[in-house]
Design a protein around this ligand. Structure first.
Ligand code: SF4
Length: 193
């Protein structure tokens, strides 16, 4: 797990979290490397509300188990729909997804800036169903809005983390969703393991 080295020396990282399965192995590895992340749940893309609440409650459960702080950001689904307007029918990994990542990581960066975090990262990149380059583009763009704020764009699928994620899902019985999150991804019913 040698890639778990932040872009600058720090022991506190704001970690945008999308769900418990994607967050599980990253959080464990960060703690093992002396970094206690604060979780930031900002996922206005998730639809419907029941699904949003279900994913959020699993993140809260895991944060409690690991003894780390958790921040519950707003559920702004109407604003999210505005942000992807005109791209509703794009395929997954297309232009809609880039806008989705941009909105989520811009808000994460803003929170990091106002709360004196120097580094932020996201669990979005753990899913092999998402485009890593799009996520890193959105993260870099967000970090460039502020001086002295770094986006930690590691490949969180490497170093055994993918395998550990699968173990932790089973170990803790996490709810493992069957679609990416928005209403436009529901019909694909993609298994996100
Ligand atoms: S498919 Fe996933 S990443 Fe793409 S717009 Fe929908 S929720 Fe966002």
């Amino acid at each position: 797990m040698n890639h778990i080295v932040p872009p600058i020396a720090t022991s506190s990282v704001l970690l945008h979290t999308c769900c418990a399965p994607c967050s599980s192995a990253i959080i464990e590895a960060l703690i093992q490397h002396g970094i206690r992340p604060t979780l930031y749940f900002y996922n206005p893309n998730i639809y419907p509300t029941e699904e949003y609440m279900r994913r959020k409650s699993e993140v809260i459960r895991y944060a409690g188990m690991m003894g780390i702080d958790y921040i519950d950001a707003e559920y702004e689904h109407e604003q999210w729909l505005c942000s992807i307007q005109g791209r509703e029918h794009e395929p997954e990994r297309g232009k809609r997804c880039l806008e989705c990542f941009r909105m989520r990581l811009l808000k994460t960066a803003a929170y990091a800036h106002t709360h004196d975090y120097s580094v932020f990262a996201t669990t979005l990149s753990t899913s092999r169903w998402k485009n890593l380059q799009q996520i890193n583009t959105a993260g870099e763009e967000a970090s460039q809005q502020y001086n002295d704020l770094y986006f930690w764009g590691a490949n969180w699928r490497k170093g055994g983390l993918q395998e550990r994620r699968n173990e932790l899902i089973k170990e803790h019985g996490f709810y493992n969703q069957t679609y990416c999150g928005c209403e436009f991804s529901m019909s694909h019913n993609t298994e996100l393991k």
